[in-house]
Design a protein around this ligand. Structure first.
Ligand code: GLC
Length: 751
């Protein structure tokens, strides 16, 4: 991108227009800490999908023209400055004048192209040669790579916590093959990262939905870059004192996950391969017989009639609603999958309605675009249109009428079996007709938005929506899971950094398929997986057709016992998880956090991939290696108390703990109070009228949030907020807010 010499500056409201010889750059002051840089190479009045409404607030800022220096203009708020020179050479500085991020003044070192002969030899042996060339992107910006800088965030990308040295693409991709650590893209596009070095931190969100690229120093050790095939260069720079501030700013921009229904946080069992009502009933019954708490046995695609969305196969799954009602008696809630592809089938209501109203995407010649998904030939609703979303939302009435309580959105990258959708298929974004190239990454986002709105309207409850694909900001509508993982140890290892990075990217409600989706699980793997996932906010065992059955009882009594222990542990800590989700609405912070989020100056945490925090006060160190029965745990500063035996450890050291198959090492920070509930088989089995407080240490403090766990009454003040202090053997309770029926009993358990 060429800018040329700086030619002038104009301030209009909260915008600073910088004129260069060849380009205009608009710097918009969003808040004291957030600055948007908008280079309208494509569309001047672009409206974001991720950021809804006007987020800019009035802020005092100065614009100074600098004489005789490299930089020509300085724009400053009280928290951050941006200095800009010729050729859009820029530096962001913190309030002390220290550098946070600078542009890199040079060009990229593109890879040398291999000879045709080498390429064909590589291709002949089956190597992927698509990545062997590199090119400058139409939209591109290079940044100076500082020696010690680390990069976090980026949503569901594979690999490790620190993304430095890796390159990624934002292009929602359905990948059933093994997700390995160098994968450029998965299902979601979250072009947001947190840059962290010694004494500084900042965040960047690149708001562009076209295919984009983020290279964190893989191509060069001098620079890192962002590129996109089309669109504007449109980024939000966020300043702060700590990583947590950046998460707060990013979720201020793109939104925070609303409180879910309490039951949705419980355990779910699933398999693509429950092919009849009988299968679902058998599994539900077995869950209760084995005493493993469970909320839902989820309905994968087979419940539909020929994979037609919003239908029910009355033959295999019994008349619609019957099974759902029967299982409700035993506390099971119904959750089913809905894919976007609508079967091409004259006479099928959904297809016909969509055709009549012209709701499906068209090819470049104006014909309704057809590809193939589960039902065979299928058409794709144009979810970027409000009227289409409304129609889709209303279609859920068929499901809510038969008792469906949660919706799982899948295949919404969108997936297709007859080759990828051409980039010129016509879809809409914000009701503006455009092409698939722009709409692809927001297709799942819009679908989950429609689903959320439909379920909210139809049930009056907080919707459970789960999606596989989405874009930044979808956390406002949906929980996510990480798609088709596999039953391999590297995927237990990966779930920790993956869920931590998703959490720091706004997705506080997230999970992986426990046991692995593809491939055969085994007793040790399944046990270690339920342990590693025990604090997941989306907590589901799921696997694919044809793989070894994966319900815990398929692996013998010992597995069932350990599995039950950890599902029960999850239920015991439900109020703590729920408290963190309440807090998350205010701070954007996730439940599952990497240690670096709270101990950011401690270098032992910088790329700690095999342990995590739950909130601030619980540290979890799962065994993620086959055969291991001991593990090294890093305890950061403070005193940490083992949950299992009350043993106290001073932090700031590595310790080695025993972790036989049935032990998940958990440590509670001294001085904290963790709320716990009693055993139940499902949420709602009995009212939660007793709260137990786990008090770690002789003096401790904690808060707790309580509401009906179901609807939106909490927004009208129907909730309680408790503040607890434990001192000299006595518990003191202060009500910070009182608006809901209080617990009948509050017990103390000392640790
Ligand atoms: C996709 C989903 C998986 C689901 C299957 C069948 O592979 O990722 O979770 O079970 O489709 O619907």
């Amino acid at each position: 991108m060429e800018y040329g010499k700086f030619a002038g500056v104009k301030v209009v409201d909260n915008c600073v227009w910088l004129q260069f010889e060849k380009q205009t750059v608009n710097v918009e002051i969003i808040t004291d800490e957030i600055i948007r840089v908008f280079v309208p190479t494509w569309m001047k009045d672009y409206k974001s999908v991720a950021i809804e409404g006007d987020v800019a607030i009035p802020v005092d800022f100065d614009v100074t023209e600098l004489d005789g220096e490299d930089k020509k203009v300085r724009i400053s708020t009280s928290s951050v400055s941006l200095c800009i020179g010729d050729d859009f050479d820029f530096t962001f500085l913190d309030k002390y004048g220290d550098e946070l991020l600078s542009s890199f003044n040079g060009s990229r070192k593109l890879k040398e192209t291999l000879s045709e002969k080498s390429m064909s030899l590589l291709a002949a042996e089956g190597h992927d040669v698509s990545d062997l060339k590199s090119k400058d992107y139409k939209v591109q910006v290079l940044f100076k790579l500082r020696d010690e800088e680390r990069f976090y965030g980026m949503g569901d990308k594979t690999g490790f916590l620190n993304k430095r040295g890796y390159a990624y693409e934002n292009w929602n991709s359905d990948i059933p093959q093994l997700h390995h650590e160098n994968m450029p893209a998965l299902y979601k596009s979250i072009p947001f990262y947190i840059g962290k070095g010694a004494g500084y931190v900042y965040g960047m969100f690149f708001d562009n939905t076209f295919h984009s690229y983020m290279d964190f120093g893989k191509e060069s050790s001098d620079y890192f870059y962002y590129g996109a095939d089309e669109g504007n260069l449109d980024f939000y720079f966020m300043a702060g004192e700590a990583i947590a501030d950046i998460v707060e700013h990013y979720t201020y921009l793109t939104g925070r996950a609303p409180l879910p229904q309490l039951w949705t946080l419980g355990y779910h069992q699933c398999r693509w391969g429950y092919e009849s009502a009988k299968d679902i009933r058998t599994v539900a019954k077995a869950m209760r017989e084995h005493g493993i708490p469970c909320e839902s046995v989820q309905y994968d695609i087979d419940y539909m009639e020929g994979y037609r969305v919003f239908t029910w196969d009355d033959k295999e799954y019994e008349p619609a609603g019957q099974l759902i009602k029967e299982l409700e008696q035993d506390g099971f809630k119904a959750v089913c999958i809905i894919d976007p592809g609508v079967k091409v089938d004259k006479g099928y209501r959904v297809y016909d309605e969509g055709i009549k109203k012209d709701y499906y995407a068209h090819d470049k010649d104006g014909d309704v675009y057809v590809n193939e998904v589960w039902p065979g030939d299928a058409v794709y609703p144009d979810f970027g249109r409000e009227d289409v979303r409304k129609w889709w939302a209303n279609n859920h009435k068929f499901l809510t009428d038969i008792g469906m309580q949660g919706i799982w959105n899948d295949m919404n990258e969108p997936a297709s079996f007859r080759g990828p959708l051409p980039l010129d298929v016509q879809f809409s974004v914000n009701d503006r007709l455009t092409n698939h190239a722009e709409a692809h990454n927001v297709y799942g986002h819009y679908m989950s938005m429609a689903t959320y709105e439909g379920m909210k309207e139809l049930t009056g409850k907080r919707p459970l929506v789960i999606t596989r694909a989405c874009y930044s900001g979808a956390q406002k509508y949906t929980a996510v899971w990480t798609g088709d993982n596999q039953s391999v140890w590297s995927h237990i290892q990966m779930l920790i950094p993956q869920l931590c990075n998703l959490g720091m990217s706004g997705f506080t409600i997230a999970g992986t398929d426990i046991g692995g989706f593809g491939g055969d699980s085994n007793p040790e793997l399944l046990v270690r997986w339920i342990e590693a996932a025990a604090f997941s906010t989306f907590f589901r065992n799921h696997c694919a057709k044809g793989q070894r059955l994966q319900e815990p009882w398929q692996f013998g009594d010992k597995v069932v016992d350990i599995y039950r222990k950890y599902v029960k542990l999850h239920y015991r800590f439900l109020p703590y998880i729920y408290d963190l989700l309440f807090e998350s609405q205010i701070t954007g912070l996730p439940v599952m956090r990497p240690l670096v989020l709270h101990y950011e100056d401690d270098e032992n945490t910088f790329n700690l991939n095999n342990q995590f925090l739950v909130g601030e006060n619980m540290l979890v160190a799962p065994v993620v290696e086959q055969g291991a029965t001991k593990r090294m745990v890093y305890l950061p500063v403070g005193t940490w108390i083992s949950y299992w035996d009350g043993k106290r450890y001073q932090g700031n050291q590595h310790i080695i703990v025993d972790a036989p198959l049935d032990v998940l090492p958990i440590f509670i920070k001294e001085g904290s109070i963790i709320p716990m509930y009693e055993d139940v088989q499902y949420v709602g089995e009995r009212p939660y009228d007793t709260l137990t407080l786990l008090v770690a240490g002789d003096s401790a403090w904690g808060s707790h949030y309580q509401d009906n766990g179901e609807d939106f009454a909490y927004l009208e003040g129907e909730y309680n907020l408790y503040s607890f202090t434990y001192e000299d053997g006595a518990l003191d309770c202060d009500m910070l807010h009182e608006g809901y029926e209080k617990y009948k009993e509050i017990k103390v358990e000392r640790l």
